[in-house]
Every structure is written in C-alpha cells, then in structure tokens.
Design a protein around this ligand. Structure first.
Ligand code: C5P
Ligand code: MG
Length: 165
C-alpha cells in the first residue's frame, strides 16, 4: 500500500463542563481566579485546559482526554491540567504536527472574567508553546438559562488549528 501523505493541516474542537463547587479554587487556563466557588473534578478541574486538550486530541483523531488520563487513576488526582495539555502537544509533535492557533470560549455566569483575559491568554499560550497573538479566549454568560446560567456549572469550548512541523 502506498504511504498515506500527511494532510498539511488538521482542525480539532473540544468541549468540557464542570460542576461548580463552593470552597474549591477556580482555575481557568492555569490562572487562579478569585471566587467563593471553584469547579468540581478529579484533577484541578481546569475546564479550559481540558477543552483545548480535547481539541488537540480531536485534531489528531487520538480519542479524548479521559482515554489518556482516566479519572479513576490515582496519579491524576488533583493534577495540574497543564500536564494534559502539554501531553497532547507532544503527541501532536510525535505525529509531525504543531499547534499554530487556538480559539476558545469559557461560558460562566459569574464572576466577570474579562479582567483576567490577558493572563489566561498568556498562560494558555505558554502551555501550548504559542505566541499570545495566536491564542484567543472569549467569555460568555449563559443569560441565566440552563445549568450554566443558573450558576451550577461552567463550560469551555475550543477550536485548534495544527500544521505540519
Ligand atoms: O454573555 P454576555 O454576552 O452577556 O457577556 C458580555 C460580556 O461580558 C462578554 O463580552 C465578556 O467579555 C464578558 N464576560 C465576562 N465574564 C463572564 C461572562 C462574560 O467578562 N463570566
Ligand atoms: Mg474537565
């Protein structure tokens, strides 16, 4: 069989959701956002890093975050989610691709996140090995509708673009 030529680029999307839990730290894109509640989860529950990690795995058709980092495994309890993201970036490299652009959205009713945009972009860019100009982080409320709107949960969505190294 002839060698299958690698596509010049690949695209992936990711989505994640976590329940809001009082007393937990709120970690978004590796940044601690002051809040009386955080997100429930086996790891540090960084919903943005999880969505971006899934987007990269999706671009490579390598399954999803739970396949690579099962939440039943004790080694991932309380884990810093930057490790998941960096692992996905290294898998991309192993397949001959690099991440060149990330667009993302965090959907959370409160607190207001826009004052943290620069820090979150910078942190996500550093984690993924990108320049800040190539990383977008948007924020939306859910207009008080549904679990996010009622303040029960937080969601994140991400799209990534990969090119051949
Ligand atoms: O959801 P909505 O369109 O009402 O959001 C208005 C603006 O508020 C957004 O453009 C976003 O920058 C900001 N926002 C925020 N923190 C949130 C939700 C929205 O800073 N948790
Ligand atoms: Mg998650």
């Amino acid at each position: 069989m002839a060698d299958r030529r690698l596509a010049p680029f690949r695209v992936g999307q990711g989505w994640d959701t976590h329940r809001i839990e009082p007393g937990r730290p709120l970690i978004l894109g590796g940044i601690h956002v002051p809040s009386e509640f955080g997100l429930a989860g086996h790891s540090d529950a960084d919903v943005l890093f999880h969505a971006v990690t899934d987007a990269i795995l999706g671009a490579l058709a390598l399954g999803d975050i739970g396949m690579h980092f099962p939440d039943s495994a004790p080694e991932w309890k309380g884990a810093d989610s930057i490790r998941f993201l960096q692992h996905a970036v290294s898998l991309a490299k192993g397949k001959g691709y690099r991440v060149v652009q990330i667009d993302s959205t965090i959907i959370l009713e409160r607190p207001k996140l826009k004052e943290f945009r620069a820090r979150i972009r910078e942190s996500l860019a550093r984690a993924a090995g990108l320049e800040i100009e190539d990383v977008s982080v948007k924020f939306k409320t859910a207009e008080k509708v549904g679990p996010v709107g009622e303040g029960l949960s937080c969601e994140a969505q991400a799209v990534v673009f990969l090119t051949l190294i």
